[in-house]
Ligand binder design. Structure first.
Ligand code: R5P
Length: 317
């Protein structure tokens, strides 16, 4: 691996040590020794324990639960590296929290994704690398180079290995996810269906209209985030009610808050496949119908190419 911006250094926060170790193993480069700990009052304290002067540093940190703590770690690690004279700092944020707050959803509400982008930039990051941003336009919230990677090559490989492609239907669980689902459908040459969620009158429950004939098909739901699991479980029910043979889901970010894992486990979903952009909890690891695929090699490859000033987008051609 060539390094054109100084020696490569990988620094991990506490959000996802397993992924950071796997990326380091892929790159054949040990993680830089660093302490990221708390004072008694929970303030974050960071000490980089190796020389990083003139280095090309990649901080690996998802801003996943607890989002504010992990965001603060990222900002303070950046500050420590900047003050230690790192030549270039890339924030590798496999799961970019706050991304769902990407516009004013109502009067007097914040655009928190923009605020978080400003915080990261002002802390001293030179580049950002992230994965399946909830909304691609968040790249424009940063005035520094931002690479938005896609988990789809990893998903497509898995889908091709496991399914009979002639009987597959890709499904977007809501209208907002159509572009993402259509992209994957194209890659596996499968038809696309869409679920249109509507609340006809205030106080009435949402009606799930399936657009497309899913009868007899094995359906694959594609989305960026599974949080409470409500979207997925309702979508699976609607598809089965419309004659689908079975329903699977491939979702990049397994946020899986609260009782989501139990909800998925007791649902009619055959299997939920997520990536390790967020470190899976023990409950997720043992759930009978949740499987975790690693994106360590994808991110490792993108880091290697960034360090060598090679194309990252060609990873997805
Ligand atoms: C929404 O726009 C996202 O793409 C997901 O569909 C959503 O965050 C899933 O949330 P939940 O699992 O809580 O229904």
């Amino acid at each position: 691996m060539s390094a054109k911006n100084g020696a490569i250094k990988l620094v991990a926060g506490n959000s996802n040590p397993a992924l950071a170790e796997a990326i380091a193993a892929f790159l054949g480069q040990p993680l830089t020794k660093a302490i990221v700990r708390r004072f008694a009052d929970m303030e974050v304290f960071v000490e980089i324990q190796e020389n990083v002067r003139g280095s090309d540093v990649f901080i690996i940190q998802s801003t996943s639960y607890p989002a504010n703590d992990h965001l603060m770690e990222l900002l303070i690690i950046t500050d420590a590296l900047r003050r230690a004279s790192a030549r270039r700092i890339t924030a590798v944020i496999p799961y970019f929290g706050y991304a769902r707050q990407d516009r004013k959803a109502g009067g007097r509400t914040p655009i928190s994704a923009k605020l978080v982008s400003n915080l990261i930039t002002h802390a001293g990051v030179d580049r950002v690398m992230t994965l399946d941003l909830h909304a691609g336009q968040i790249q424009g919230f940063f005035d520094i180079p931002t690479d938005n990677l896609y988990a789809s090559p990893v998903m497509v490989r898995d889908i091709k290995d496991r399914f009979d492609l002639t009987n597959l239907m890709v499904v977007s669980p809501d209208v907002g996810g159509v572009v993402r689902a259509r992209g994957l459908a194209k890659r596996i040459n499968a038809p696309l269906a869409i679920i249109d969620k509507r609340r006809e009158r205030a106080g009435e429950s949402e009606v799930m209209n399936v657009i497309g004939d899913v009868e007899g098909y094995t359906c694959i739901l594609i989305d960026d985030i599974v949080d409470s699991g409500g979207t997925l479980v309702n979508a699976a029910d609607a598809l089965l009610a419309n004659g689908a043979k079975e329903v699977y889901a491939y979702i990049t970010h397994g946020v899986l808050s609260g009782g989501a894992t139990a909800r998925i486990a007791s649902s009619k979903l055959k299997e939920l496949v997520i990536t390790d952009s967020i470190q899976p909890t023990e409950a997720v690891r043992v759930a009978h119908n949740i499987r975790v695929m690693s994106i360590a090699s994808l991110i490792g490859e993108a880091i290697g190419r960034t360090a060598a000033e090679e194309s990252v987008s060609s990873l997805f051609d």
